[in-house]
Ligand binder design. Structure first.
Ligand code: AP5
Length: 218
């Protein structure tokens, strides 16, 4: 299974990715997590990316395409993978297509903008594992602590409301056009075209998960 998750920041891609990857035994390739790891490690890439991410903008296509290209060479990608947060621009989608990387499904998560701000302001994360919680909708068993390790949960620097609104604007300008991109490709009749499935991301985490597996397994 080779998948792309499309959708606005906070649409639930990371939350659902964990269950999808467990079901199909494939790695989650989150460009956001990769960039945050580089920021934490203080690498030159991380230093460059931090200012861009904190401003709610997109890191340059060249950097992202290079990161993904290297990641796909790892042996755990041989049996499939899930892209979470990639591609995010037409240039990234074109690079993926030009590289001949096969994709089975593109899942487009649909969540109204009004819900996104509430979701992201209540998000808490466990940076080491990428596990994601919400103080109201998906709370940890012990408030503020990761369910598995008991480590402290943190709020992401880019989850403050003004940055979230900038990220949403960037999403509408640069990433939403990918829905048309994949719609046109899916309708082209080309054998290698991925199937596009629109998934309503509104409802509980379990309800959204059931819609995803129904779409993938129908
Ligand atoms: P990235 O880390 O990819 O962030 P994002 O796409 O903005 O997505 P999020 O992680 O914010 O949201 P999500 O959809 O995963 O939602 P989640 O499941 O956490 O990117 C960060 C930055 O890195 C970018 O701004 C950019 O600068 C850079 N970057 C990354 N990739 C790039 C690329 N390809 N090109 C260029 N730059 C790139 O859910 C959100 C919250 O809602 C959680 O609290 C969760 O518990 C809750 N929730 C989930 N589902 C539900 C539900 N059904 N009901 C209620 N609450 C729910």
């Amino acid at each position: 299974m080779r998948l792309i998750l499309l959708g606005a920041p906070g649409a639930g891609k990371g939350t659902q990715a964990a269950n999808i990857c467990a079901r199909y035994n494939i790695p989650q390739i989150s460009t956001g997590d990769m960039l945050r790891a580089a920021v934490k490690a203080g690498t030159p890439l991380g230093l460059q990316a931090k200012a861009v991410m904190d401003a709610g903008a997109l890191v340059s296509d060249d950097i992202i395409i290079g990161l993904v290209r290297d990641r796909l060479l790892q042996p755990d990608c041989a049996g499939g993978f899930l892209f979470d947060g990639f591609p995010r621009t037409i240039a990234q989608a074109d690079a993926l297509k030009a590289a001949g990387v096969p994709i089975d499904y593109v899942l487009d998560f649909d969540v109204p903008d009004e819900d996104i701000v509430e979701r992201l302001s209540g998000r808490r994360v466990h940076p080491a594992s990428g596990r994601v919680y919400h103080v109201k909708y998906n709370p940890p068993k012990v408030p503020g602590k990761d369910d598995v390790t008991g480590d402290d949960l943190v709020q992401r620097d880019d989850d403050h409301e003004d940055t979230v609104r900038k990220r949403l604007a960037v999403y509408h300008a640069q990433t939403k056009p990918l829905v048309d991109y994949y719609t046109r490709w899916a309708r082209s009749g080309e054998a290698q075209a991925p199937k596009l499935r629109r998934i309503s991301g509104v409802g509980t985490v379990d309800e959204v998960g059931r819609r995803i597996f129904a779409a993938l397994e129908s």
